[in-house]
Design a protein around this ligand. Structure first.
Ligand code: CTP
Length: 465
């Protein structure tokens, strides 16, 4: 029999493996594992330690972070070749998809040479579907970068299209998506593009660029140039460092945040100084930890946190209704500074100042206590109900009393005296009060408090499970 070349052997083995995989319905990789396991069980490993060493599949203990780069069809695609180099320099494992339009600007060969493996281009490539498949491409990554993100790709992504490999992978991935848009300045400022971008950011995508500068078209200048490869690589490293383990995956979390406004008449209202920063940071941290988050927010000057469903309300009564509609949830965190009272007979028309007449007296009525209402439910009570205690004196004693009065599981107590700068500020010093005792946390940013609280919640749910 004529001897086989290494290439023929390689191709023959691949073909045989693909056939086996197709028959068994498993992946090629799983087939390889099965064959190796069977070889070890057959005594290959037991008979000789050297043979065993040869057939042992090393299980990497720590692997490099994986980035999937989707190159869209724009003149900026040439910069994405340099981006591949920058990402690899940072020790990242890079895979690459070229959209059909991208192949007019860069070739799969040049991108593949830089990546060090074949790049993926077509959804209906049977070889690739056997080999890796679009679902594995979507799953086996820690971050997806779309560079250049063209106006068309942004529109498809915002609309949930999946008619080619790039869009199918973008729709199937759970990984964070970083968009590096590049387009003509008029396309960038077009309402449709801005609408799509706002939707994508609300869905949790991150953005780098675009920058201002000369366009490919002579004489054109403006915002629309793709961010430079080094900027994109920095954004990639930042996002990878921010990654949080999905400790709240498959959990539903409800957060209330901000003040409520209680109308006196159509133009005046009673309010408080809450900024909503702490509640919004908690909602965001829960979403980062993989939870399905509903944020019921009073009027605040903050953007809706990405990846969170935000319901906007104004009054305490509206907040209660929105909270009850959000149930059932696993965890409810009541960070809102709900007004304790509302004006009993709020005027339907603007109250007029009549010269010579005395100032009006406002009759106040108690608002429903949203936290106590939810904590005392018998049906659909969340497993963990967490209240806040905004105090100006006797912080822990008052917080302990609130824990009992309201029937909640934990209280996050904070000193909101004006000198602390907590109300409206960026830092918070809290004590966590539970049935087990009081834990004083050091002064931290509201984001750090949020991340720590989410980690505690995840621990508590895992222990109770
Ligand atoms: N809370 C609520 N509904 C209300 C009042 C408060 O859900 N009508 C919640 C807050 O979101 C917070 C907790 O109850 O989680 C405590 O709020 P706080 O303002 O500190 O206490 P109050 O109950 O309003 O009591 P007091 O103002 O007397 O301290």
């Amino acid at each position: 029999m004529a001897s086989l070349t290494v290439r023929q052997l390689d191709e023959g083995l691949k073909k045989a493996l693909r056939l086996r995989a197709a028959r068994s319905g498993r992946s090629v990789e799983d087939e390889v594992r099965t064959i190796l396991r069977a070889a070890v069980a057959d005594g290959l490993g037991a008979a000789s330690p050297t043979a065993a060493a040869r057939v042992t599949v090393p299980v990497p203990t720590s692997r490099p972070d994986r980035v999937l780069l989707v190159i869209g069809g724009g003149i900026a695609a040439y910069k994405s070749l340099d981006l591949i180099r920058r990402l690899k320099e940072r020790g990242l494992a890079v895979r690459c998809i070229l959209t059909r339009a991208a192949t007019h600007f860069v070739t799969p060969l040049s991108a593949g040479a830089l990546v060090g493996e074949r790049v993926f281009t077509d959804l209906f490539d049977p070889e690739h579907e056997f080999d890796v498949g679009h679902i594995r491409l979507a799953r086996e990554t820690d971050l997806v970068v779309v560079a250049p993100a063209t106006a068309d790709l942004l529109a498809k992504l915002a609309g949930g299209h999946a008619d080619d490999l790039a869009t199918a992978v973008l729709l199937a991935t759970d990984a964070k998506i970083l968009l590096a848009p590049a387009m003509n300045p008029r396309m960038w400022t077009h309402k449709a593009t801005q609408r799509n971008l706002a939707q994508l950011l609300a869905d949790g995508a991150a953005l780098v660029g675009p920058n201002e500068g000369e366009m490919a078209e002579t004489g054109e200048r403006g915002v629309g140039r793709m961010a430079e490869p080094l900027e994109i690589a920095d954004a990639v490293m930042r996002l990878l460092a921010e990654r949080v383990a999905p400790v709240l995956a498959n959990r539903r979390v409800l957060v209330t945040s901000g003040p409520t406004h209680e109308p006196i008449d159509p133009v005046r209202y009673i309010a408080n100084r809450s900024s909503g920063k702490q509640g919004h940071a908690i909602a965001q941290a829960a979403a980062r930890a993989g939870a399905d988050v509903i944020l019921v927010s009073g009027p605040v000057n903050l953007p809706d946190p990405p990846g969170v469903r935000t319901v906007h309300v104004e009054t305490a009564q509206e907040m209660l209704r929105a909270v009850e509609r959000a149930l059932p949830v696993d965890v409810a965190i009541f960070a809102a500074a709900v007004a304790d009272w509302r004006v009993e007979n709020a005027g339907r028309q603007k109250m007029k100042k009549v010269p010579g007449l005395e100032a009006p007296t406002l009759a106040l009525k108690e608002n429903p206590d949203i936290l106590a209402t939810v904590a005392r439910r018998t049906a659909q009570r969340p497993r963990l109900v967490i209240g806040f205690a905004a105090e100006t004196e006797n912080i822990t004693a008052n917080a302990r009393a609130k824990l009992a009065q309201k029937g909640c599981d934990w209280i996050v107590a904070n000193d909101v005296s004006p000198q602390t700068g907590v109300m409206g500020g960026d830092r918070n010093t809290i004590s966590l009060v539970t049935a087990d005792g009081v834990e004083a946390w050091p002064s931290q940013s509201k984001e750090e408090v949020a991340a720590k609280l989410i980690a505690r919640i995840a621990d508590s749910l895992a222990t109770a499970a």
